[in-house]
Design a protein around this ligand. Structure first.
Ligand code: PHB
Length: 398
């Protein structure tokens, strides 16, 4: 366990069998949970590579919620197992099997990278293990590959992309270019953007890409300068987003061609991006300054626990724990009742720092997507870009 994470208190309530045997159904459930061993949660996240900081934030958010519940979900203590997936799809099946077969976890939480998450979903389906995805947006996870025990606490790649396309159209963009890494998340995010933009008659004149996680942007920036589109839509995240936004500004392009993106382009990255990101507009399901009791309490608790500010990834980790907690509560901690648990998890309204959201039948958040503007080190709320946006869940058959 990393030293910066708050310890999970291992308070064990003394068993009082005679009292419990006579008490109401709720406390009977609690007694059942108490008799059970700790719930094994497998965290498969990147601890190295361009998405390392995102993995850290997710884990911190998850542990914060568990800690707020006294270290238990559904009455069960939580035991963590961790694997660094390195955001490497070629190692994903071996890595997830360490959790499923070696550690025998009850539930898997992960990951950031879409390609890795797709391999995790296949392994989770084969072994009938519950999977909660706290970031990766691969549309298929809650689309063609949807399954009763697969959930997402984050977004589909289509969602923020589509919303940005709608906003760009409203701003009069007619000719746009896109730029991203050549993998599922980049392709789907730009596809969502294109779909949103086309609604108002705009179009994408060229899609540019480079292999993940390369950051040699110069030749592509030269092409953007030559084509002079009305706007550029970019999907990058983590270390790659820092470098791209800085390079775009260093090339002077931000003065003439607005740079738009899903909020990953500027979330968790602003300190490093500095002046180069100021005033940028992005769309996402979170904004730092949402002035709601829930977000204010979350940010305060996070700052207290970790002496730093949270971002969207911490919110997604926190909400993954909330969704798991709600499911476990419905079955009094008995994860063997997986069908009942999954059905309950599809019915909840999550009281998230992002605002309340529901879970679609396919297992994906139905949520507001905000337009945000970078001011200093914050992504500030400007407006609701699209209200209660549900992923189309193309190809999902349950
Ligand atoms: C993804 O691979 O789905 C992905 C990665 C990083 C993000 C968002 C999506 O910030």
């Amino acid at each position: 366990m990393s030293t910066f994470l708050p310890g999970v208190p291992s308070r064990r309530l003394a068993l009082r069998p005679t009292l419990l045997a006579l008490s109401a159904a709720a406390s009977f459930g609690a007694a059942q949970a108490q008799g059970q061993p700790p719930l094994k949660v497998g965290l498969m996240l990147p601890a190295t590579g361009t998405f390392a900081a995102l993995g850290d934030m997710i884990e911190r958010g998850f542990r914060l919620y568990v800690q707020e519940q006294g270290g238990k979900l559904g009455g069960r203590e939580i035991q963590y197992f961790r694997v660094d997936d390195e955001s490497d799809p070629s190692k994903a099946t071996d890595n997830v099997n360490k959790l499923i077969k070696r550690d025998n976890v009850d539930v898997i939480v992960g990951t950031v990278h879409s390609g890795v998450a797709l391999a995790m979903a296949r392994a989770a389906k084969e072994s009938n293990t519950m999977l909660i995805v706290p970031n990766a947006g691969a549309d298929a996870l809650t689309g063609a590959m949807c399954a009763p025990h697969i959930f997402r606490s984050s977004f589909s790649n289509w969602q923020p992309g589509y919303a940005m396309g709608v906003v760009a159209g409203q701003k009069g963009v007619k000719r746009a270019m896109t730029i991203t890494w050549n993998y599922a998340a980049g392709a789907e995010s730009t596809k969502g953007f294109t779909e949103g933009l086309e609604k108002s008659g705009g179009k994408v004149v060229k899609d540019l890409n480079l292999p993940f996680p390369n950051v040699e942007f110069q030749a592509l920036l030269t092409e953007i300068a030559a084509q002079k589109p009305d706007a550029v839509y970019a999907f990058f995240a983590g270390g790659g987003a820092v470098k791209f936004v800085k390079d775009y500004a260093a090339a002077g392009l931000n003065k003439t061609i607005p740079l738009y993106g899903p909020g990953f382009l500027t979330d968790g990255t602003l300190e490093a991006q500095g002046a180069s990101a100021q005033n940028m507009l992005t769309t996402l399901h979170y904004a730092d300054d949402l002035n709601t009791p829930k977000n204010n309490a979350f940010r305060k608790a996070y700052a207290l626990a970790y002496k730093s500010q949270p971002d969207v990834y911490a919110v997604q980790g926190y909400d993954a724990a909330q969704i798991l907690g709600a499911g476990l509560k419905a079955v009094n901690g008995d994860i063997a009742k997986r069908d009942q648990m999954s059905a309950a998890m599809r019915k909840i309204t999550v009281d998230s720092p992002r605002g309340k959201f529901t879970i679609s039948p396919a297992g994906n958040p139905v949520q507001d997507i905000y337009l945000r503007e970078v001011k200093g080190n914050n992504n500030e709320f400007r407006s609701v870009a699209v209200k209660s946006l549900s992923d189309p869940a193309r190809g999902c058959k349950l």
